[in-house]
Design a protein around this ligand. Structure first.
Ligand code: MG
Length: 205
């Protein structure tokens, strides 16, 4: 049971199972006592709301990083393309409008700081230590590796690294997030916590 969860949470566009959402919330509730949370890949804000509700309870902040132009699989003609998120006038994907609406309706305008930029650009001058990093951005190997390399150095000792869309079986889904998860496990920099459905959770040593 998560307090203040919007009644329409299941209607918000996104790809997050109920058990994963619960685990994200619980990890963020603990982590955000010591610092802010960074989410990479916010899309329409579904996972941002779970992280935000946890951070709000601790007067903490979620930095919600997304260029809002969609990942490879969201583009026109691709499997996860959603015409409602396509800006016909500009001829480009735009999930930011929908994201803002959802964050506002969830009462999280004072908790969530949208960072509308690519991951590498946003990381370039970043200096704020992070209590939790949730990687759910582009699922190409290049994008997933870059997210890990850009943001892992900013994760505090004792901070949580969460990675979404882990599929050990290539038939179930893309392998890039899983490759990054295995890399983090092999680095010796993390303690393995648990995997909840396709959500992997590690703690930085
Ligand atoms: Mg995902």
């Amino acid at each position: 049971m998560i307090p203040d969860l919007p009644a329409n949470i299941d209607q918000i566009k996104g790809f997050l199972a109920a058990d994963e959402a619960q685990a994200l919330y619980e990890q963020a509730l603990q982590a955000s006592v010591t610092g802010p949370v960074l989410e990479i890949g916010s899309y329409c804000g579904k996972s941002t709301i779970y992280l935000g509700l946890a951070c709000k309870r601790n007067n903490s902040t979620v930095f919600a990083l997304d260029h809002h132009r969609g990942s490879e699989e969201h583009q026109q003609g691709e499997f996860f393309h959603d015409p409602e998120l396509y800006d016909d006038g500009e001829g480009i994907m735009d999930s930011f409008r929908e994201f803002r609406r959802n964050i506002h309706q969830a009462g999280l305008d004072d908790t969530v700081v949208p960072v509308v930029a690519g991951s590498e650009v946003a990381a370039r001058h970043w200096q704020t230590p992070l209590a939790m990093v949730f990687i759910d951005g582009g699922h190409s190997l290049d994008a997933a590796l870059s997210d890990y390399r850009c943001w892992m150095p900013h994760l505090m000792r004792g901070g949580i690294l969460a990675i979404h869309d882990l599929f050990a079986d290539a038939h179930a889904g893309g392998q890039a997030p899983y490759a990054v998860y295995r890399m983090a496990q092999a680095s010796g920099l993390f303690e393995n916590l648990e995997q909840v459905s396709s959500l992997g959770l590690l703690r930085r040593l």
